[in-house]
Design a protein around this ligand. Structure first.
Ligand SMILES: Cc1ncc(COP(=O)(O)O)c(C=O)c1O
Length: 467
């Protein structure tokens, strides 16, 4: 696979910033893109001349950067052929370190399972399961019990919904992949919040869509900007409820006013994670209540447990029919027992548990406090919900921090994962899902990694994918 010179130029972003010679900064930035998986292993880089043209620098600068990468084992070169991306042998040899039992994993934002609640839901589901034994068990729309429970979940939130408008999927990620396969053609424009959920970026990029990133402001969504960017877009993908990674929640006024003017996919994966209001208080109503024709995607991965692998799509039945026709390419249905257990969880209101939300609130406080004490230079806005803080460092160090951090016993998700074009090099997403003692330890280790980066540490870890 070839990577174009302008694509590389976009990804390296503002590499000209910072101390040291230009070729060194460029090789550093390319190395971090490789380590972060944003330039795939085996990809053929542009020729020195083409990349020099796209970056508006001399060919000598690019040549020197490529040589450094080759010397450190990140490029395989052959005369008269494009250099291809590889990893140095010792980098892949180090992979197991990341899963050391002692490492604090701040790269994944997902809660541990609520054990007793899950046991009870599965016990109930097992009793219900024999009702399904008379049929084959393949149902691309999902079982009736869960479709009805999801429809009620929307009804309770102020968006009347029938089971016929619901299709069950194996998680929200699956829902996004199916919708993209159905609705997005190569070269279509897809509007995204910027930053946004990284695996959505991945899905749209693989569909060869052209991404139209619309920056979030400190307070959230900018209506005129969104409307202007939506002109000519095939689809807008928005995460208005406790947005990943910023935790922002779109205010009611903005929901009413927004009307993007193109087909909108609303990702409500984190909608049940309001931390600053009582679990039964009315929250912001679903965005689809105000955007005609909007398609919603949901999940219990963050409100209950990711291991259930249950998500859904809410859309017009005619659109669901098109999605269902595409489903056999990926799978033939979602496991019945997990669907029945999720129906119980939704019917019993277990996706909004006062105790779980209270615990998250306390953990958010611990993380904010520890960061304030150990990394006072880092800006940490406190979000009204969700699972993560979007921390901003004074220097563009995020990718380097993520590459160095495992040496200090902590795994991180660097800001550029959540954006396009090398943006967010000053940001790191920090989840507050771990128990307080691990959060304290994680921040302590993060501070050690920050000190190592300041001393010029290089780092050679391949960070894991981020949920
Ligand atoms: C905004 C958003 N959408 C979708 C997903 C994927 O959810 P699921 O586990 O249901 O596939 C995540 C997981 O991190 C997410 O944050």
């Amino acid at each position: 696979m070839k990577v174009g010179s302008y694509a590389v130029a976009r990804m390296v972003g503002d590499w000209q910033e910072g101390p040291g010679p230009g070729h060194r900064r460029l090789s550093d930035r390319l190395r971090l893109l490789i380590l972060d998986g944003r330039i795939a292993l085996g990809a053929a880089l542009p020729s020195e001349r083409d990349l020099a043209g796209a970056l508006a620098v001399s060919r000598t600068t690019v040549g020197a950067a490529y040589r450094t990468l080759a010397e450190h084992g990140y490029l395989a070169t052959r005369s008269r052929a494009r250099a291809t991306v590889r990893l140095p042998d010792d980098a892949s040899g180090r992979l197991p370190e990341r899963t050391d039992e002692g490492a604090v994993d701040l790269s994944v934002a997902a809660p541990a399972a609520p054990v007793e609640i899950l046991h009870a839901a599965f016990a109930s589901a097992l009793r219900r399961l024999p009702h399904h034994f008379g049929r084959h068990g393949y149902d691309p729309y999902g079982v009736g019990e869960l479709r009805a429970a999801v429809a009620d979940w929307y009804g309770r939130r102020g968006l009347p919904t029938t089971p016929g408008q619901i299709m069950v999927t194996s998680g929200a990620q699956h829902a996004l992949a199916l919708l993209t396969r159905t609705l997005v053609a190569p070269r279509d424009r897809v509007l995204i919040d910027h930053p946004t959920y990284p695996h959505a970026i991945r899905v749209f990029t693989e569909a060869r869509a052209r991404l139209v990133p619309v920056g979030l402001t400190a307070s959230g969504w900018d209506v005129p900007q969104l409307r202007a960017a939506a002109g000519g877009a095939a689809l807008a993908y928005l995460v208005p409820d406790f947005h990943n990674p910023t935790g922002l929640c779109m205010p009611s006024g903005v929901r009413r006013e927004l009307r993007p003017g193109c087909l909108t996919v609303v990702d409500e994966t984190l909608a049940d994670l309001a931390l600053d209001r009582a679990p039964d208080a009315a929250g912001a109503e679903p965005l689809a209540a105000h955007v005609p024709g909007a398609v919603s995607v949901g999940s219990v991965s963050k409100s209950v447990w990711g291991g259930l692998r249950i998500g859904w799509i809410r859309a017009r039945p005619a659109l669901l029919e098109r999605v269902v026709r595409n489903r056999p390419v990926t799978d033939l249905g979602t496991p019945v027992l997990e669907q029945l257990a999720t129906a119980v969880l939704l019917d019993e209101g277990r996706t909004r548990r006062a105790d779980a939300l209270g615990e998250l609130r306390a953990r958010r406080e611990v993380l904010v406090r520890e960061l304030g004490e150990r990394l006072p230079e880092v800006e940490v806005p406190c979000p009204a919900g969700g699972l993560t803080l979007w921390a901003r460092f004074p220097e563009p160090v995020a990718s380097r921090l993520a590459a160095v951090a495992p040496d200090h016993g902590v795994n991180l998700a660097a800001g550029p994962r959540f954006g396009v074009g090398g943006a967010f090099e000053r940001h790191v997403r920090l989840p507050f899902t771990l128990p307080p003692e691990l959060l304290v330890q994680g921040v302590e280790r993060l501070a050690a990694a920050r000190d190592a980066v300041a001393r010029g540490a290089f780092g050679h870890h391949v960070p894991p994918p981020t949920a």
